[in-house]
Design a binder for this molecule. Structure first.
Ligand code: SAM
Length: 224
């Protein structure tokens, strides 16, 4: 899978993408992540990519031309399954969307900044608009980082034990069961007996019951 992220501040997420599981996934060749500085596609000599909004509104708006030039340069080289714009009024990002996007070959994620992007780009070039929550961030970089992380960690081979990603919260609309590690008794705080029994079928049943119980209590909406 290939993910192209377009931003005016690539340095905001460069380190994040190079470290830990995402960094290792790229080294293993399981995903190819490219950051593009939108200023490289600026039409103005000062490399600015924003301008005053028509209508006299407050704030600055990202111009059509640099975004169009950058997206066109990418789409001239390969087909993209989705050209995503991060925006607070987009479709809410969740685990099913992460699962679906992880099956794509190539995606572009465009990060907005300032007051947002010229609406014509959204009308003519963007195929999917995604929000990571009902709050407003300064820019789309954190949204792109959140999405990339959630998408990449479920690509087969990225996490050592594939079963681990499948038993995480929100897969199958259930919250995850509690997890414990050594020591089995810490200050008298004991690990549930069943987990030390070695009886795999009973442990599986316990895990499912815990997931169901926690989901019922904490997120009953997921069971509806
Ligand atoms: N004027 C826009 C509005 O009210 O919807 C907000 C612009 S925001 C300051 C700048 C950029 O940050 C947006 O264009 C978007 O790319 C990104 N952004 C902010 N909040 C976001 C969220 N909740 N989800 C995804 N992207 C977000």
């Amino acid at each position: 899978m290939r993910i192209d992220i377009i931003t005016v501040v690539p340095q905001l997420i460069q380190g994040f993408l190079e470290e830990s599981i995402l960094g290792r996934a790229q080294k293993k060749g399981l995903v190819d992540i490219h950051l593009h500085n939108l200023r490289d596609y600026a039409v103005r000599k000062d490399r600015r990519v924003d301008d005053y909004p028509f209508g006299g509104f407050a704030g600055m708006v990202m111009q059509c031309e640099p975004i169009d030039r950058c997206i066109s340069a990418l789409t001239a080289q390969r087909h993209y399954d989705q050209i995503i714009f991060t925006t607070p009024d987009g479709e809410q990002f969740d685990q099913p969307m992460a699962n679906e996007l992880s099956l794509c070959e190539n995606i572009i994620i465009l990060c907005g900044h300032y007051k947002g992007i010229d609406y014509r780009i959204r009308e003519h070039l963007i195929t999917k608009e995604v929000s990571i929550g009902d709050y407003v961030l300064t820019g789309g970089e954190l949204a792109a980082a959140v999405m990339t992380d959630a998408i990449v960690r479920i690509i087969p081979g990225v996490i050592g034990d594939e079963q681990s990603a499948l038993s995480d919260s929100f897969q199958d609309n259930l919250l995850a069961a509690p997890v414990y590690t050594r020591p089995a008794d810490y200050k008298g705080w004991k690990v549930p007996e069943i987990l030390l029994s070695g009886h795999q079928a009973k442990i599986k049943e316990w895990e499912l019951q815990q997931s169901l119980q926690r989901t019922k209590t904490l997120r009953p909406d997921l069971l509806e």
